[in-house]
Design a protein around this ligand. Structure first.
Ligand code: CTP
Length: 403
């Protein structure tokens, strides 16, 4: 299963470091090439020779212990990794990762790598629940780091609670599913729209909305991590777009329509997370509009409904629409899904705290032509994006089988 994959295994200094030996052995048995980096503290708990013997490679401990003059070790390791696994991860290494510190071989390599990172924390129950640790983990999760939750039970420190390193078998399972997932959308072309459109009144004024672009960005990033070829069509957004996607910037609903149509024929999936203006000014003044009189009446006209246009022209594409509602969620969601000929409709009740515009979390229901498919509780948009893409990938596979 892991043949041909290079896994950099980072071991930090907690008592659970002894379990890293079993993990290393199991990853090797699955066919992976395992390169081990240990922190100084880890080497107090378990002998580097154990890991060297199991991995059949030198174990890296010291950034400056350069044995091969032909390479710079931390860069070489960082570049060679298909995946970096940190197990066990102490509160300290998690903090260093969150803060971007690079003061030993492991933290330096973690900073230098562009490979995905899986982290298996292990620490005392109170440390795990500490707001600083929680915040660091949330920050890393936002950057795409995946966590393997620690188990609950008797801890080496004497406490009973959450903080025990996940069992090596579980970590291997997470590694395997990461590789399966990362190839899931390989070769698929996914178009994602994000942000709020801008409808100009004159050279300095415009109508727009509160969309931050976060949900669309989360979908684009998650799709790229699953191997898809992603085109992100973004209007006005407050966040920076993710890396690893092709970015097309647009302003108005009309420009977004043209940009999406240009990609549509070759697309396997279109995710319309953008908040598109329903109306635009009838006239756009070339010069700045001067004030005159007590009242100013703006005349607006309908924009094209992009999603509906795509729905009408759909041949093989999987179409995903979004709906922001404040009442009768299911009723409006199903109405939009049918009207716009979508395969999925992601609906959020923006009147609830933690959902909708300008926050990192969302509470959504995902509907299909048959009705409700999944209700997702409050979770990070990135995680909600992942859940959506699992459904989309299953739909693509279903289509391929001709069902
Ligand atoms: N949408 C679109 N083009 C528009 C308006 C909306 O493609 N001109 C898409 C959005 O990107 C979203 C979905 O349609 O995926 C739902 O948007 P919403 O504005 O809620 O739909 P409307 O039918 O315009 O909603 P309402 O009837 O509540 O105004």
């Amino acid at each position: 299963m892991l043949r041909g994959k290079t896994i950099v295994l980072g071991i930090s200094g907690g008592i659970a470091a002894y379990k890293a030996a079993a993990l290393c052995s199991k990853l090797k048995q699955e066919g992976a090439d395992v390169r081990v980096i240990m922190t100084e503290a880890a080497a107090k708990f378990i002998a580097p020779l154990t890991l060297q013997t199991l991995s059949r490679h030198q174990v890296y401990l010291d950034t400056f212990d350069e044995r091969d003059p032909g390479v710079v070790s931390h860069i070489d390791l960082a570049d060679s990794a298909d995946l970096v696994v940190v197990a066990p991860a102490t509160a300290n290494i998690i903090a260093k990762m969150a803060g971007g510190l690079a003061d030993d071989m492991l933290s330096t390599t973690l900073l230098a790598t562009t490979a995905p990172v899986l982290v298996a924390p292990a620490m005392n129950v109170h440390m795990y629940a500490h707001p600083a640790v929680e915040r660091n983990m949330a920050l890393l999760a936002e950057r795409g780091v995946r966590f393997i939750e620690p188990g609950t039970g008797q801890l080496a420190c004497g406490y009973v609670g959450k903080g025990r390193l996940a069992e090596p078998e579980e970590i291997v399972l997470a590694v395997r599913s990461w590789f399966t997932q990362s190839a899931e959308l390989a070769g698929r072309k996914i178009v994602v729209t994000a942000g709020g459109t801008v409808e100009r009144l004159d050279p300095v004024r415009y109508l727009t909305n509160d969309s931050s672009g976060k949900m669309g960005f989360a979908v684009a990033e998650a799709a790229a991590l699953r191997g898809a070829d992603v085109t992100l069509i973004a209007a006005r957004t407050s966040d920076a777009p993710p890396e690893g996607v092709r970015l097309v910037r647009v302003e108005s609903a009309e420009q977004m329509l043209q940009a999406v149509l240009a990609e549509y024929e070759d697309a396997d999936v279109v995710v319309k997370a953008a908040a598109v203006a329903d109306y635009r000014p009838v006239a756009r003044s070339v010069n700045k509009i001067k004030k005159s009189g007590e009242r100013l009446v703006l005349e607006l006209e309908r924009t094209a409904d992009i999603l509906q246009t795509l729905g009408e022209r759909k041949t093989h594409q999987v179409l995903v629409g979004f709906a922001a509602e404040t009442e009768r969620l299911e009723h409006y969601a199903m109405d939009k899904l049918q009207r716009k000929n979508c395969d999925f409709l992601v609906a959020n009740d923006v009147s609830r705290e933690g959902a909708g515009f300008n926050v990192d979390t969302n509470i959504v229901n995902i509907y299909g032509p048959q009705g409700l498919i999944e209700t997702l509780p409050l979770m990070r948009k990135r995680e909600a994006a992942d859940r959506l893409l699992t459904l989309v990938a299953a739909k693509l596979a279903e289509k391929e089988r001709g069902e």
